[in-house]
Ligand binder design. Structure first.
Ligand code: MG
Ligand code: MG
Length: 259
């Protein structure tokens, strides 16, 4: 069952989403060589606490409960990196993924940032992955089924020579962070047969393309959380919480001209 949200509910989700947007705005200003990933997490943790919001990632069950308000994943780490004493270096790319619940509603957004000057290939990876997300935003009001959007996102990534990481997908979002449907960043016969869904006004989904420069195969670190590419190729992750309405897409965690 996919829950459709009313305009009033989407307005409330926008408030939660804008707090997550503010978290990214603050963290983006701090990212530079020499800063630790723990310092980035602290800023977001403090912001959520001050706003009276619940950090959605903290305490998520696993081998150990996730200990932080953000997942911070560097270079070949795709997602679920645990913030700590790692110091960012010139040329790194750092993915910051965070979510908050405010007033009973959730927002979830990820962005990959450049640390100082990065390689041309790293920049191309950021551009292509962000464009895959942008394609989703543009096509959601036009297409009937999610698979039609996902196939265009996949084409964007693969035409650049990169790989879509298919073992991780986006999700419905509302009063909890992870709701139905699953929202893959690729199209397949199996998905069309089993998981595809109509793009109807009121649907709210977190769309989050994850892309590797090399092969998409991943391994789990001993910490029980961090996922990296087996070939250690660079990865990027861009995510917005998006609401489809009768007048278009509202970017709940971003700049939203529709609000
Ligand atoms: Mg996220
Ligand atoms: Mg998400």
């Amino acid at each position: 069952m996919i829950t459709l949200r009313s305009k009033r509910e989407i307005d409330k989700m926008y408030v939660a989403g804008q707090l997550v947007r503010e978290a990214h705005r603050q963290v983006s200003q701090l990212i530079k060589p020499g800063v630790t990933t723990a310092a980035l997490d602290q800023v977001i943790d403090d912001l959520f606490a001050e706003a009276g919001a619940i950090p959605l990632f903290k305490g998520v069950p696993g081998k150990v409960p996730f200990p932080a308000a953000t997942c911070i994943s560097v270079n070949d780490e795709v997602v679920h990196g645990i913030p700590g004493q790692r110091i960012l270096k010139e040329g790194d790319i750092v993915s910051v993924d965070t979510g908050a619940k405010l007033g009973g509603w959730c927002g979830d957004s990820a962005w990959t940032y450049a640390v100082g000057q990065i390689s041309d290939q790293a920049q191309k990876l950021l551009d292509v992955t962000e464009r895959a997300l942008q394609i989703a935003i543009e096509l959601m009001p036009e297409k009937k089924r999610w698979s039609q959007v996902a196939s265009q996102m996949q084409a964007e990534v693969e035409s650049a020579g990169f790989s879509v990481i298919t073992s991780l997908v986006g999700h419905g979002i509302g009063t909890t962070m992870h709701e139905l449907p699953q929202v893959p960043n690729y199209d397949s016969k199996e998905f069309r047969a089993k998981g595809d869904f109509d793009l109807r006004p009121g649907i709210v989904i977190a769309v989050e393309p994850m892309v590797a420069v090399g092969r998409q195969d991943l391994y789990l670190h001993k910490d029980g959380w961090t996922l990296s590419t087996k070939d250690h190729s660079l990865t990027a992750h861009f995510e917005h919480t998006l609401a489809l309405t009768s007048s278009g897409v509202r970017i709940l965690t971003g700049e939203d001209p529709g609000s």
